[in-house]
Design a protein around this ligand. Sequence first.
Ligand code: 5RP
Length: 232
Amino acid sequence: MTHATLSRVDQQKQRAAEYAVSLIESGMKVGLGTGSTARFAVAALGARVKNEGLKVKAVPTSEATRVQAESEGIQVVSFDTVDTLDLCFDGADEADPGLNLTKGGGGALLREKVVAFSSARFYCVVDEGKLVDKLFAFPLPVEVIPFAAKVVERELRKLGAEPLLRLREGKPLVTDNGLWILDCRFPPIDDPPMLAKALSSIPGIAEHGLFCGMVHEMIVGTDTGTRVIGRP
Ligand code: 5RP
């Protein structure tokens, strides 16, 4: 889609996405994020594969992204055939000034975190509206093993959260990993790394959507171009 036919926010997303994709070089192993911003990036990568003959091996973070990548002619490989990735790009639901992120609005947080963890460089691509003073407004997604959902809910409440099971058509939404998601409304998060540690210590949580200390650079799409924010 051309810039002109997109909403202002989508134009910002597309600018950030295209900038991230411009950093990809032939021969790289690349992690592909999930969500509407990542979707722009996958389309831009597909265009480079077609137009420039760029050769990459791509690991998608969701089935939705895998389907799009394959339809764009990008070579998709299974994660267990690659050791580490050169870079990955992915969106975020919120980002604070310390480059801590809330992710998982699209339900792909577990694979997104594993892929970001395995990448030498993680470029987070966002529109300006994602930048906040404190992570808060977007409920924090927590992916849970269904067997443990009640126990996890109780423990999350002890941490100050109001958890809500994510539903689709009246039934629990099942992730690509066969798990459920609890969307957790917390008070403004003063210390994301500390909360991340507390969440990781609860048995039954497969992964949570707080990404701390993982971003290499934040690429923010603006009305006129992009702004790059490095690690603080
Ligand atoms: C999916 C994610 C996305 O990156 C996040 O929800 C942002 O999505 P979008 O780019 O559509 O705003 O974490 O699990």
